[in-house]
Ligand binder design. Sequence first.
Ligand SMILES: *Cc1c(COP(=O)(O)O)cnc(C)c1O
Length: 427
Amino acid sequence: MMRYEPIFWMNDHYKGVEVANKVSQFGKEDIRDAEARLERFAPYFAENFESTRANNGIIESDITKIPNFKDFLEKEYKVSIPGQMYLKRDDTLPIAGTIKARGAIYEVLKHAETLALEAGILSGYEDDYRKFGSQEFKDFFSQYKVMVGTTGNLGISVGLMGVSLGFEVIIHMSYDAKEWKKKYLRDHGVVVIEHKTNFTEAVNQGRAESDADPKSYFVDDEHSVDLFLGYTVGPCRLKKQLEEEKILVDEDHPLFVFSPCGIGGSPGGTAFGLKQIYGDNVHCFFAQPTHMPSMLVGLVTEKYSKVSVADIEVDAKTNMDGLAVPRTSGFVAELMHNYFNGGITISEEDQKLLLTKMIDLEDIHLEPAALAGTIGPAMLFDTEEGRAYMKAYGLEDKMENATYLAWATGGSMVPKEDMEAFYQQGK
Ligand SMILES: *Cc1c(COP(=O)(O)O)cnc(C)c1O
């Protein structure tokens, strides 16, 4: 890590899903509860957000097969990659266009539901949730604030959802947040406070301000259980999509999932959900920049959130702004130490190249962070550790049947000029 070299890391702490579930504070019933909540709100979304109507108010993305990109990986990294490769298209998620829409929207909804139930304006879970779009509800929520500290994307999801429901939304942004994200939020009625500090500091300041105000609710990227649980629902829906594509996942047909990792909530929640469905037949890896291996250093040292990349003299400078988190979430890292199969790191150069190739070869426009996992299949075959992994799990003669899924976590919100600049970097 200190030499900024790309790493394939196998998590020796993983002892199978059954063992992990025995000590986990979360279970299948938590995922079902989150899923049911999103279903209750579906009529509200279908009525108020056109982009969700085709899917009956459920916020979901497709999967796309990317054979040309896979061919490129094989040529560029001089490996043969048996099996097929897909992208999970969270870059196209309705409303907020990044994976944050899963966790953040879920958390804001849960908070709104709780307030409405307490106030008695919502009579119970069977009530008509389309009420959340009414003027009465907006007036009610306008007396409350929602705050968040973020590098950008979490703010977009929390901001758009919060403002739509009527909340006053205040967003604390770190210095590395992109200009267009601040402007976009302000244009949508969100208050943006700019900090000269990094992500961890912006979060701390936002949390302190929110805690001092009894009518304010803080969406806490580091500690939020609801954010985490919101992310766990995606895999239930992915299961149906894989079935529709006739992709089998079982002992002889392994599924590899590579998820970009910042603080850890989204790759953690995703992997947790996947493991509850596919058990040990899904292999879950988080993916981080070589300049920001916060989850990796947290797990390797078993210090979790008590170690930052600065402690190993890594400079924390990355183009992948959605992953610009120098210190991981303690509760996610400790929990996921039992569930992640491993992690990979990707260099800035590889990310830039792969962003451009994804556009040239598949016509898919992803933001930098969303490329982090796409190098995964190449790392598996190109590194000694990756080959040792397949051997350790007895997968060597099963890889012909393998499916690789890189979670594409964002892209559709990026303005054209910014995307063009990213494209030119890779060129
Ligand atoms: C936030 C983000 C991630 C990582 O999610 P964490 O919960 O921070 O680990 C990945 N990709 C994009 C585009 C993001 O915005």
